[in-house]
Design a protein around this ligand. Structure first.
Ligand code: ADP
Length: 421
């Protein structure tokens, strides 16, 4: 029976959270969207429903989150976690406030802590202000984000504007004093009617103390960092049994990499793979045609599939991406490439590929949807934030590594298969 039920506002964020909990000793399964009534209930300590609610209209985000909560409650979870981005990505209209309001109301908890801190990635919260590295959130580049521009680093103010409740602060000095002090401060804030507490955190030790202080809280909200301290609460109660929580069933089959991310790290990884394994770089600007690009890839892969990976990339440097976007429009350019890579993924699986790396958040979403994958059991990490996963759904079981564009070392595309043995 699952212990912790999580609702994540995007896909790769859900995987990041899952990976943190697996490292802490919990068996985790990520569900792609709210499971359908007939879907099997996975055996795991943590169930994470990955939504696409970060930038959806607030009403839709709330409805989806409540549906996820209802499913997780039915699955037996006893504590709930609302996961958002460590840069608190949201607008005045939401969706962090409205979703958290709906969840606290549905759970009858009346209170939840809010902590996006993720020191390993440079996100820290001090006196309620969110820093990215050495600068405030509103000077970090996030103030120019196309969908969720963050122009205020004071999270007490930011969350206050999004909620019908009120927001307090558990400041650094209290957090630094440890779990007992944090718990007392949160109880105090709840007693004076605060619905949320922004909780400062500068180090992983702070996050662990916050996790300990949140034992028994019905709802916790935050980035994946604050989940660091949660497994220990369940372990203390003797509820964690798995000796190797990231163990995945072995799946034999051919290996391949699909890249649709144009992020710098992915471009490096493609460059690195070029000298090592067969690598096809599709040129969407020269041939902006789904059928033609798909046909090129299908023809090229003939005779190349085996235990060693092949790489098929549509990725391009910024000037070429801009040129294709100017020609087709931003959305149509993205959709064209995503459709090509989904087609290629389907063809690879039909030809026996069972170990697949996909680079790019949106690209991963398109591939997973096309392959009919409904659930991912989370395995060990290849690089920080990118685990192998065992995919279950309508098709054959397979191993998938879904990489957010900027994640992974330069040799990721070969290293990923090396760690499988
Ligand atoms: P990341 O995780 O790096 O943000 P995503 O997959 O989320 O990567 O986003 C990359 C987007 O760029 C996708 O929509 C993809 O289809 C699109 N894309 C990939 N290659 C090209 C290209 N050559 N020209 C234009 N757009 C591209």
């Amino acid at each position: 029976m699952a212990l912790l039920g999580c609702i994540a506002d995007d896909f790769t964020g859900a995987t990041d959270l899952a990976s943190t909990l697996v490292k802490g000793g919990m068996r985790a399964v990520q569900l792609i969207g709210v499971p359908k009534p007939g879907d099997a209930l996975p055996e795991a300590d943590v169930l994470i429903v990955a939504l696409k609610s970060r930038t959806a209209p607030a009403r839709e985000a709330v409805a989806d989150s409540l549906a996820a909560l209802a499913w997780l409650q039915k699955a037996g979870c006893r504590q709930f976690f609302f996961k958002y981005c460590s840069t608190f990505d949201s607008t005045e209209a939401g969706n962090i406030g409205p979703v958290a309001d709906a969840l606290t109301e549905a759970l009858g908890s009346g209170f939840a802590l809010a902590c996006p801190a993720f020191p390993t990635n440079g996100r820290t919260v001090f006196q309620g202000h969110l820093f990215v590295g050495a600068v405030l959130l509103n000077e970090s580049g996030m103030e120019n984000h196309p969908l969720t521009p963050m122009t205020d680093a004071n999270l007490v103010r930011v969350l206050s504007r999004q909620t019908t409740g009120t927001v307090g602060l558990v400041p650094f000095a209290t957090v630094d004093a440890g779990a007992v002090a944090i718990r007392k401060a949160m109880t105090g804030l709840k007693e004076i009617g605060r619905r949320y507490a922004i909780v400062d955190a500068v180090t992983d030790a702070h996050l662990r103390a916050i996790g300990e202080a949140a034992e028994g809280h019905a709802l916790i909200t935050g980035g994946s960092g604050v989940a660091l301290g949660l497994p220990e609460n369940f372990r203390r109660q003797g509820l964690l049994a798995a000796s190797d929580p990231g163990a995945l069933p072995d799946v034999a089959g051919h290996a391949a990499v699909l890249a649709g991310s144009c992020s710098r790290a992915t471009l490096f990884q493609i460059g690195n793979a070029r000298g090592e394994v067969p690598t096809l770089e599709l040129d969407a600007l020269a041939t902006p045609d789904v059928a033609a690009l798909t046909a090129q890839a299908l023809e090229w892969m003939e005779g190349k599939l085996g235990a060693a990976p092949i790489v098929i990339a549509a990725s391009a440097p910024p000037d070429k991406v801009a040129a294709l976007q100017a020609k087709l429009g931003r959305e149509a350019a993205g959709a064209l490439v995503e459709e090509v890579l989904a087609n290629v993924a389907e063809a690879l699986v039909a030809r026996g590929v069972r170990r697949l790396v996909v680079a790019g958040g949106e690209t991963s979403g398109a591939v997973v949807q096309r392959l009919g994958v409904r659930a991912l059991r989370i395995g060990g990490e290849i690089d920080p934030g990118v685990p192998w996963t065992y995919a279950e759904g309508s098709g054959e079981p397979m191993l998938l590594a879904l990489k957010s564009g900027n994640f992974g070392a330069p040799d990721f595309f070969t290293k990923a298969f090396g760690v499988l043995g």
